[in-house]
Design a protein around this ligand. Sequence first.
Ligand SMILES: Cc1ncc(C[n+]2csc(CCOP(=O)(O)OP(=O)(O)O)c2C)c(N)n1
Ligand SMILES: [Mg+2]
Length: 338
Amino acid sequence: MATRKAAAKPNVSADELKQYYHDMLLIRRFEEKAGQLYGMGLIGGFCHLYIGQEAVVVGLEAAAEEGDKRVTSYRDHGHMLACGMDPNGVMAELTGREGGYSKGKGGSMHMFSKEKHFYGGHGIVGAQVPIGAGLAFADKYLDNKRVTFAYFGDGAANQGQVYETFNMAALWKLPVIFVIENNQYAMGTAQKRSTSSAELYKRGEAYGIPGEQVDGMDVLAVKAAGEKAIAHCRAGDGPYILEVKTYRYRGHSMSDPAKYRTREEVQNMREKHDPIEAVRQMLLTGEHATEDDLKAIDKTIKEIVNASAEFSKESPEPALEELWTDIYAEVAPQEQDA
Ligand SMILES: Cc1ncc(C[n+]2csc(CCOP(=O)(O)OP(=O)(O)O)c2C)c(N)n1
Ligand SMILES: [Mg+2]
């Protein structure tokens, strides 16, 4: 049932291709800027960058529709930008400022947007997986044909709660896509050192959940696989697993010296498999864009990212009284709806 064969690649227009280039580059430049601000001491605590994995979220968001939901781990800035959250609000949250999505009180791992159906940002490895199934349960109950993307890593894929969730999601035919972002490492542990069965897309076989392995450095392959998975979920056929093979170029977090892998390994991925460079080449060789067109996109992105850093520096720190707010819900959701 599980398949390694990728879905057929979709035909995309030049404009769509340019959009994917734009969206992936925005994530990369944003993350580079976040890395700089961290180095300057403007971002504190943990900060996990998404550089190298951009095609995963951009490909899946290209397949998603308005109203679909997403939930992920701590490596979450790319997911936020890809679903349309405001770079100013994300950067200001990273720097702990009032203008941030959680008013500066959540930081890198704890941001949410009801408007964009982004449900976090979770620091506990794997905790977002049952939450994703819960979101899908609500959609099934409301019969609204929405789909939830529950993203997690190759390390998280070995957790018990993932399999409890698979069981329930399959039993109740929940419209949830389990997206395993297999970047081949869980902190400093290579997948082959920690995982007995490396083919993660087959992990749902015992529950009858179909799975597929996808090249996560190829945005079009990710989009095609996403469309297939979404069609399956929207048709009411239950959950789907996508194992997306990807790679993170930076350390696990900003404090990781990454001594567990060679410089050559990283260099090889950057030079031969970079997802942004691949789309850049497609645009140029297909004559869909000129060097100047791409330079204009690069310039726009630089402006957006610089503006987000400026916004973050200018936004004040949260007032002391904010320590006492947003701890408990003021009104229970049932009462709110009544
Ligand atoms: C329950 C729990 N155990 C351990 C940790 C510490 N920890 C944080 S990230 C991580 C590795 C997870 O790796 P993976 O799922 O592959 O995601 P990636 O970081 O590669 O995106 C670990 C062990 C944690 N946050 N939560
Ligand atoms: Mg990993």
